[in-house]
Design a protein around this ligand. Structure first.
Ligand SMILES: [Fe+2]
Length: 286
């Protein structure tokens, strides 16, 4: 006997962009960034792209939730607003700038939130936490001079600068009780919080840049131990994929071997970009 109950479906698209289908049929899109025009003046920008994926390929979008507003998190936000007119959930520190940048969107489609808040939306509860960007040597002056090298859209320059200031982590609890946490940037107390929150799944960005399987797998093992979750889903490792295809898969496989050796029940997924995954609760006779 095998019985299955559907919890939630999701796919990792690129960077920190996930498309998440909730049990009630609504769709959340996080940090929309996939394809944008190549930048010959900043070849590094190419490492963040998912060439060939467009806004037309998204299946739906009722909500956008932003972790922060750097170009590799919002390069495609304008197109998403134009196609779906979603509610855009963002930290209140960037809400005014979003309204002025996308000046034709309805103001009530912007949903500003603050840290340590709880918000009730159709199909999910959102709990927000302070986040912190990984250290970057960008000053306000330099960012305003350089602009957003990812999108190359001069309208996004201020949002790009504010991206270094306002970062927001969060926990989503869906109507069926499934709990999914989203953690970008530095740890910033999230491991402490996760101990209390006990989510079923944590989406976590790349922990370190080094390209050594053993070292990177060890970092992930540390996070798996400290996150008190059942599944870790890594994100923002498209640079690994674009630079050295196969490295990430080896790393996550090794992290799972280490987890087994350490007696951990947590496992890490090696997500393929744009592939859908379903979370199911199953009951089966032994
Ligand atoms: Fe960033």
């Amino acid at each position: 006997m095998l019985m299955l109950a559907e919890s939630v479906s999701f796919r990792w698209i690129n960077c920190q962009c996930f498309e998440i289908k909730l049990p009630n049929g609504k769709t959340i899109l996080t940090d929309p960034c996939y394809d944008y025009k190549a930048n010959p003046n900043a070849p590094v920008a190419d490492l963040f792209r998912l060439q060939g994926f467009g806004t037309k390929d998204l299946e739906g979008c009722d909500y956008v939730i932003l972790n922060h507003t750097h170009g590799d998190h919002i390069a495609n936000l304008g197109q998403v607003i134009d196609r779906f007119a979603p509610k855009v959930i963002c930290h209140s520190g960037v809400a005014g700038e979003i309204a002025q940048t996308y000046e034709d969107m309805e103001l009530t489609d912007i949903y500003p939130v603050d840290y340590d808040g709880t918000y009730y939306l159709d199909g999910f509860k959102l709990e927000t936490f302070h986040g912190e960007h990984k250290p970057q040597r960008f000053t306000w002056r330099r960012t305003m001079e350089e602009g957003d090298v990812i999108s190359q859209d001069p309208r996004l320059t201020r949002l790009h600068a504010l991206g270094g200031l306002y970062n927001m982590n969060y926990l989503l609890t869906f109507d069926n009780g499934f709990r999914m946490a989203f953690v970008g940037g530095t740890n910033d107390g999230m491991e402490e919080r996760l101990r209390r929150l006990r989510p079923n799944m944590v989406l976590r960005n790349k922990l370190a840049n080094d390209m050594d399987v053993e070292a990177a797998a060890g970092d992930w093992l540390g996070f798996m131990e400290e996150s008190y979750t059942q599944f870790v889903v890594p994100m923002h490792f498209e640079v690994w994929e674009n630079q050295s295809p196969g490295f990430s898969d080896k790393t996550f496989k090794r992290a799972n071997e280490m987890a087994k050796e350490h007696g951990l029940v947590c496992r890490i997924l090696s997500p393929k970009r744009t592939e859908w995954y379903r979370i199911l609760v199953s009951v089966q006779s032994r």
